[in-house]
Design a binder for this molecule. Sequence first.
Ligand code: AMP
Ligand code: ZN
Length: 113
Amino acid sequence: MDCLFCRIVRGELPASIVFEDEEIVAFEDINPQAPVHLLVIPRKHVPTLNDLTPEEDALVGRLHRVAAELARARGVEETGYRVVLNCNAGAGQTVFHIHLHLLGGRDLQWPPG
Ligand code: AMP
Ligand code: ZN
């Protein structure tokens, strides 16, 4: 699959990987928007949130639990953090392989822009 994040999953592109298991990989965002900015992605290529099927239900749950574990590991569990999944271009999605953004370590405004 000619997809940026599939290439990271396969080890063909370098990334600062902070977590990986048989289903999930997490790494530092290359253009961080907060002191903590990690991306948590499934190894499986799913282009957008719209493309999920019931087959991925457990996987999507695990993506969130990994994000929470990483938030704890980065010390933002109590101060607060945000998990964002942009769906399609109008929402800012630029890489069409679903990923959770984990943002923390600074005050985050609401609503997002
Ligand atoms: P989105 O705009 O929601 O699709 O998020 C894509 C994110 O991937 C952006 O925050 C980018 O900074 C990040 N990104 C793009 N290329 C890389 C890369 N090679 N390694 C790490 N993060 C990347
Ligand atoms: Zn992919």
